[in-house]
Design a protein around this ligand. Structure first.
Ligand code: AMP
Length: 421
């Protein structure tokens, strides 16, 4: 089979790597891919959100199955466009992707279907938002309605910070149109968990759990980022919490969407009152994918074909019982402005550490040398019999990689280790 993977991050590198192991794979393409993906797939220089160009490419190359990594093409209706052209693709329609692409839509959906979530206020004008802030007590969360690549959420400790977030989003429009409307939300206390599922419009199959580290600095300090690391181990949720999440959140969501198909990723907050949904994503998480897929024993391509053919119910997924961890190597100034083009050394040494796989996120390959290209650069991922072992291997490998301005969090997985003790 000829397969096309859309996207260019560490997530897509992990997806390509998993698909590359399939017996059914004849050829794999990535659009636009990156410096690491280039070693495993043929790259097509088409931006991930150029839906029409991607459909034309898939038609010309007679691609049998396309899989979408990022949210932007999904919200632009890539699945609808491919299906209209008779091209097989896995992902939700633009209509279903609104669970991610509009926070207001998602919150209304949760309310209508009695799905546990933080209390909220929708605001369509800045006056309305300032009015809400007069009636609430901090901490309080301010969120842009639209897609903002992880930059649209402010967890405000003070009302002053909340007002400033409203000003930036709604008046200064620092994130453009996606901040034209906002959701102001009750602050939920608890630990977070990333719960992913495969869904085919008829049934669903849960994946193993993961935990992301969104804040930039150790101890969950500093600004939110696209993700600084992740780990996967079964003890992230107790069996009771997992059952409650499926019963009160996942099932009512899938029963009330119009045949949701593809990957659904529930960002959960484990509160004293049980799991609540913080947000849905209509695709795999990044960097969660990098720790989830290495634990999947079943052939990913077969699972994607099951989704496309609506026969997921008859599949039993097999997962490895070990643990995985991913440390994200970033440029020092990330998530602020970064300088790209730094030469990366030590990749081969790092990859030789037992159980380690280095996924590329923001890299570029030029004349056989890998250079940085962006803020989140590499995901050093490792498997191990225990979480401690996986972390140990990932950190040993992370130290072997060199580039100017390299930085990473030193406390990935610490909460998981504490919980296990
Ligand atoms: P989101 O993009 O909605 O997932 O928000 C990004 C991050 O902000 C989440 O992963 C949480 O760490 C934090 N966050 C969002 N909403 C809340 C909330 N209601 N209470 C506490 N933290 C939140």
């Amino acid at each position: 089979m000829k397969v096309l993977v859309i996207g260019s991050g560490g997530r897509e590198h992990a997806i390509v790597d998993a698909l590359a192991h399939s017996h059914q794979l004849e050829k794999i393409y990535a659009a636009p891919g990156n410096g690491g993906i280039a070693a495993q797939a043929e790259l097509a220089a088409i931006p991930a959100d150029d839906v029409d160009a991607l459909a034309a490419f898939a038609g010309e190359e007679k691609i049998d199955l396309t899989f979408v990594g990022p949210e932007a093409p999904l919200s632009k209706g890539i699945v609808d466009v491919f299906r209209r052209s008779g091209l097989k693709i896995v992902g939700p329609t633009a209509d279903n992707a609104r669970l991610e692409s509009s926070k207001i839509y998602a919150k209304q959906f949760f309310k209508t279907h009695h799905i546990p979530t933080a209390d909220f206020w929708e605001c369509t004008t800045a006056e309305e938002a300032y009015g809400v802030l007069e009636r609430v007590r901090p901490p309080i969360v301010v969120k842009a309605d639209g897609l903002a690549a992880g930059k649209g959420v402010t967890v405000a400790e003070t009302l002053e910070q909340a007002r400033s977030a409203v000003h930036d989003l709604m008046e200064a429009r620092t994130l453009g149109e996606c901040g034209a409307r906002v959701v102001i939300e009750e602050f939920l206390e608890g630990e977070e968990a990333s719960f992913h599922l495969f869904a085919d419009g008829v049934s669903f199959q849960p994946m193993v759990l993961a935990q992301d580290h969104k804040r930039r600095f150790d101890g969950d300090k500093g600004p939110n980022t696209g993700g600084m690391g992740a780990y996967s181990v079964d003890s992230i949720l107790t069996p009771e919490q997992r059952d409650a999440a499926i019963r009160t959140i996942i099932r009512p969501t899938l029963e009330n969407t119009k045949t949701y198909s593809g990957i659904l990723y529930a960002g959960l907050m484990l509160t004293d009152a049980g799991p609540k949904i913080i947000e849905y994503n209509a695709r795999f998480g990044d960097p969660e994918t990098q720790v989830i897929l290495p634990r999947l024993r079943t052939d990913l391509l077969e699972v994607l074909l099951d989704i496309a053919e609506h026969r997921l119910a008859s599949r039993t997924l097999e997962w490895r019982g070990d643990a995985t961890a991913a440390v994200v190597l970033v440029a020092k100034s990330y998530p602020g402005r970064v300088e790209s083009g730094k030469r990366i050394a030590g990749l081969n040494e790092a990859s030789r550490v037992e159980g380690v796989k280095v996924y590329h996120a923001g890299t570029r390959l030029q004349d056989g040398t890998v250079y940085t290209s962006g803020g989140r650069i590499l995901n050093v991922t490792a498997r191990g019999a225990t979480l401690a072992k996986a972390l140990d291997r990932a950190y040993s490998a992370a130290e072997m990689i060199e580039f100017e301005g390299k930085d990473y969090r030193r406390d990935i997985g610490r909460k998981g280790l504490v919980k296990q003790r």
